[in-house]
Design a protein around this ligand. Structure first.
Ligand SMILES: [Zn+2]
Length: 321
């Protein structure tokens, strides 16, 4: 099924499906040769999005002057990596039970693989990022939500029925805010970008009560010395640190890699995060766990999607272990 391409040199069509935008590209051994992106436009429906993805894949391959050997997809939310079926996805309403793998495999006559986008990004970082020699890693993306992936000996850790563990929904504070998942006090409800913004609004001084600032705006304000924004940063760093301390206690991995939009302001959070880990991980060698930032930059979604294909067809023989 892999065709004439040598192991590691396949030309992969990469598709990164998020709630807001879809990125499509052609990736060759960790390099993006051509790419494009467009709004996900969820209300226009899954079929319309798939037609646009198909067209974009053909255009990117043509611009790059290559023939595709396979297609890898990273997609937000619940999904079944074995069948390609999408599950219930908060930010892709109406797409449940749709199957991007089946459609693209039929259209292109190529092997296609799908994984959760956190797993895709983790595979990209493990293969091409700064920590490629490590074998026990946890990757955490902190943005609109918190997504995480556990990579053991170069492979994605899966639960029963190939399920992707939802580490963003670890309960950190049972008395905490209601989470979009229906539980209370999940890590995501306390330490995602929107959670930081919500905490700041609820704890704003009277003269700021009507301000709706994003996590990014709060970070910028904190850098200018604003006391309220600095308290929001302190709160965010504490709850990021508590979730990460749990991961250190559970996995004691060689490294935890942090990515996502909130981590663009990582310099504001890292000292406090490390202190929280130090204070709470008393029984494990936490000092051996590197806490580092993702190193692949803006193309990580596409590089990760291509790695989804390589992981499945080059390293796991086309099987889901
Ligand atoms: Zn939750």
């Amino acid at each position: 099924m892999i065709g004439a391409a040598m192991i590691g040199t396949a030309m992969i069509g990469a598709v990164d499906i998020g709630g807001t935008k879809i990125a499509v590209g052609v990736v060759d051994g960790g390099r993006v040769l051509d790419k494009t992106e467009f709004p996900t436009d969820v209300p226009s429906g899954f079929e319309t999005a798939m037609r646009r993805i198909g067209t974009a894949l053909r255009e990117c391959a043509q611009h790059a002057g290559v023939k595709l050997d396979g297609i890898g997809i990273g997609c937000a939310g619940q999904l079944d990596a074995a069948t390609g079926l999408l599950g219930s996805v908060n930010n892709l309403p109406g797409w449940e039970h749709c199957n991007p793998v089946e459609i693209l495999a039929k259209e292109f006559g190529l092997p296609v693989a799908l994984e959760n986008d956190a797993d895709a990004v983790a595979l990209g970082e493990v293969q091409w990022g700064a920590l490629r020699s490590k074998s026990r890693l946890v990757f955490v993306t902190i943005g609109t939500g918190i997504g995480a992936s556990v990579i053991l000996d170069g492979k994605i850790y899966r639960g029963v029925r190939h399920s992707h563990p939802e580490i963003g929904h670890l309960i950190i504070d049972p008395a905490g805010p209601m989470c979009t998942c229906g539980a209370q006090g999940c890590w995501e409800s306390l330490a995602s970008g929107p959670a930081m913004a919500q905490w700041a609004k609820q704890n704003a001084p009277a003269d700021r009560a009507n301000l709706d600032l994003t996590a990014r705006q709060l970070c910028a304000l904190a850098e200018q010395g604003d006391e309220w924004a600095q308290r929001a940063v302190e709160h965010e760093a504490r709850y990021l640190g508590l979730g990460l301390a749990n991961l250190v206690d559970i996995f004691v991995p060689q490294a935890i890699i942090l990515g996502g939009s909130v981590m663009k302001s990582a310099h504001l959070f890292m000292d406090r995060i490390r202190r929280v880990i130090e204070q709470n991980c008393c029984l494990v060698p936490y000092e051996c766990v590197e806490i580092v930032l993702a190193s692949l930059g803006a193309d990580v979604g596409l590089i990760g999607a291509a790695e989804v294909w390589r992981h499945r067809f080059e390293r796991c023989g086309g099987r889901i272990e």
